[in-house]
Design a protein around this ligand. Structure first.
Ligand code: FAD
Ligand code: EPU
Length: 339
């Protein structure tokens, strides 16, 4: 464990902007983290990175970046129905999912191919194709860097919501997640409720479902519309899908004389696909310099090569303004912005 000075973050976040950190270090266990947390007596900005797949740096980082490499996947308990698996926070999420799929443990197959670390998965309650991490989450262990104590968080304590958790709100920037325990099904319960997944399975004339088939199908759908960050820098959906009232939905439709697609959340609230709103405003495929709005998925902002973080951020502001002007709906950024 060594603190490096003037460290290039380009390969440590998936937007791949040329961003420097004043200091950076890797840690593989709690003891190393504890030592690093007191670097310069803790009087310096600190940020934890896993895979860097949900961050945008708008400028160089004047502080220390701590990169999580805590390893390990272990079965800690089994019942007739469930298997409880603990994974180190630095384990790549795709490694964890592939392990579950190979062993026929059900619950995370719909979350195949989401980049990043297992430790960051509860941060925004990652979700895709009808499943969220909260559906398989059991508990996690986290370290409070400032006050030097460990705490176990149950699912209820994590306060999971749509792309939300207590770690983005009340405890923002305070706890480092060290490991996460998941409860997987031994008798798989397939979830193919997401329209695009159901459609793709139909196309394949699949006669019977399996965890493996769902995982492979999800991977195929994702590869067909999301840019590979190793080729085009991005952080997945840049914005959340807005959740709005029926009144606002009707107003937006009336104002534009168009039917606005929506999915009911409950009796009063509707989720609207932000990608559709952005496309309607003419941004899909837009490019200014090397910053752009991806041509196959308008919700994804991209760095074609040498865009600066601030250029991508400014583009996101222009998109928010134009969607608001046309539809009266505010988009909220999903990506964590580091100013
Ligand atoms: P990072 O980007 O490293 O960090 C994200 C935030 O979490 C930062 O604020 C960081 O400080 C904090 N953090 C990271 N690790 C820890 C830790 N151990 N303890 C405390 N805080 C921590 N997300 C979805 O939900 N669904 C998708 O379908 C999806 N698809 C994507 C597709 C692509 C191509 C890309 C690039 C991203 C996608 N994402 C998706 C977003 C991203 O993959 C997830 O948010 C992922 O969980 C981020 O993990 P990470 O390790 O890269 O986090
Ligand atoms: N759409 C458009 N134009 C676009 C993009 C999408 O009209 O350019 C429409 C589609 O036609 C579809 C609807 O929007 O009817 C939804 O599109 P899609 O299924 O691609 O999903 P999404 O809402 O754009 C969300 C998540 C993704 C997740 C997928 C699959 C958010 C913010 N994003 O995207 O998560 O993988 O569903 O479940 O909720 C991420 O968080 O980074 C991410 C990629």
């Amino acid at each position: 464990m060594q603190v490096q000075e003037n460290f290039s973050l380009k390969e440590y976040h998936t937007f791949h902007t040329s961003t420097m950190a004043r200091y950076a270090a890797f840690f593989s266990n709690q003891e190393e983290l504890k030592e690093l947390a007191t670097f310069q007596n803790g009087n310096i900005n600190q940020i934890i990175l896993g895979g860097g797949s949900n961050v945008l740096f708008t400028k160089d980082f004047d502080g220390i970046v701590l990169i999580n490499k805590i390893p390990g996947i272990e079965i800690i308990k089994e019942t007739e129905e469930y298997v409880f698996i603990n994974a180190g926070a630095g384990v790549p999420w795709v490694t964890f999912v592939d392990y579950c799929v190979q062993n026929n443990f059900g619950g995370v197959e719909n979350l195949s191919l989401i980049p990043g670390s297992t430790g960051a998965s509860p941060m925004q309650n990652i979700g895709a194709y009808g499943v969220e991490i909260k559906d398989v989450f059991f508990e996690l262990e986290a370290y409070h860097t400032k006050d030097n104590y460990l705490k176990t968080f149950s699912a209820a304590a994590c306060e999971f919501g749509y792309r939300e958790s207590v770690f983005k709100k009340k405890w923002k920037g305070q706890f480092v997640i060290l490991n996460v325990t998941f409860r997987l099904n031994k008798k798989p319960l397939y979830n193919i409720s997401y329209h695009a997944l159901e459609q793709e399975l139909e196309k394949q004339h699949a006669t019977s479902l399996s965890i493996h088939l769902i995982s492979e199908t999800v991977k195929r759908i994702r590869q067909s519309k999301l840019p590979d960050p190793e080729r085009i820098g991005n952080a997945g959906s840049f914005f959340k899908n807005p959740v709005i009232s029926k009144e606002l939905l009707l107003e937006a439709a009336e104002k534009n004389k168009i039917e606005v697609p929506h999915f009911p959340i409950d009796e009063c609230l509707y989720k609207v696909p932000a990608g559709w709103l952005i496309e309607q405003c003419g941004w899909k495929g837009y490019r200014k310099g090397d910053a752009g709005c991806y041509q196959k998925q308008a919700l994804v902002l991209v760095n074609y090569e040498n865009a600066k973080g601030i250029e991508i951020f400014n583009l996101s502001t222009d998109i928010i303004d134009s969607v608001y002007k046309k539809f009266g709906i505010w988009l909220e950024r999903e990506v964590n912005i580091l100013h």
